[in-house]
Design a protein around this ligand. Structure first.
Ligand code: GRF
Length: 201
């Protein structure tokens, strides 16, 4: 059984959908740890309700990204985590984690990348007036939402949509897509050298 760590900063609805997929055996993995950089985030309650271990920290207590990522790395080793799943973690991953978990960090982003990277992707798409936006799951590199794309799903922007209605349809798609992609990825990664194939593209 592969052990994943979910990194999140906010509400954690994606964390919840991943945890439910694990509970329902649709995702054959164990969530070994929630890593959270915001002590007030609701995702911490969600993890506690599910008895999933939590490591919460405040970046301002550390002198650098390297300093807190070194502590995170220790925690990941302690819980024997072999794959990192970013789910609303509002922070760029630094070289400490990237080099320890090369090709083993994925992220979900609420747009069809490379369109609308960065913060408030849904608002950006809404205000740009696009007719189609969506969701992307991708590997994480040092850039902002720039790593190799693994999967995408389009979401139509409907007449009469508000930013909020669009967001709720995008999140519905996220909650189905992310667990399904993780399941495929974790199986393939260890059986078919999927990551090697991807890096050769
Ligand atoms: C999601 O829309 C995800 O795509 C983005 O951050 C949001 C997190 O939402 N990276 P939640 O905390 O999982 O509800």
């Amino acid at each position: 059984m592969r052990k994943i760590a979910v990194f999140a900063s906010g509400s954690g609805s994606n964390f919840e959908s991943i945890a439910e997929a694990v509970q329902g055996n649709k995702l054959q993995a164990e969530i070994g740890l929630l890593v959270c950089d915001n002590p007030k985030a609701y995702v911490i309650q969600r993890a506690k309700q599910k008895q999933i271990p939590v490591f919460v920290f405040s970046p301002k207590d550390y002198e650098s990204k390297e300093a807190f990522e070194t502590i995170i790395l220790r925690k990941l080793a302690e819980y024997r985590v072999d794959f990192i799943v970013l789910a609303g973690y509002m922070r760029l991953i630094g070289s400490t984690l990237l080099s320890a978990y090369t090709k083993r960090i994925v992220n979900i982003h609420p747009s069809l990348l490379p369109s609308f990277p960065g913060k408030d992707a849904i608002g950006q798409a809404f205000h740009a007036g696009v007719k189609v936006t969506g969701v992307t799951v991708h590997f994480v590199d040092a850039g902002m939402d720039t790593g190799p794309i693994i999967a995408q799903k389009a979401v139509d922007v409907l007449n009469g949509d508000t930013r909020e209605t669009l967001q709720s349809r995008i999140q519905e798609v996220e909650h189905l897509l992310y667990p399904a992609v993780l399941q495929e990825l974790l199986q393939k990664e260890f059986t078919e050298g999927f990551l090697e194939c991807l890096s050769e593209r």
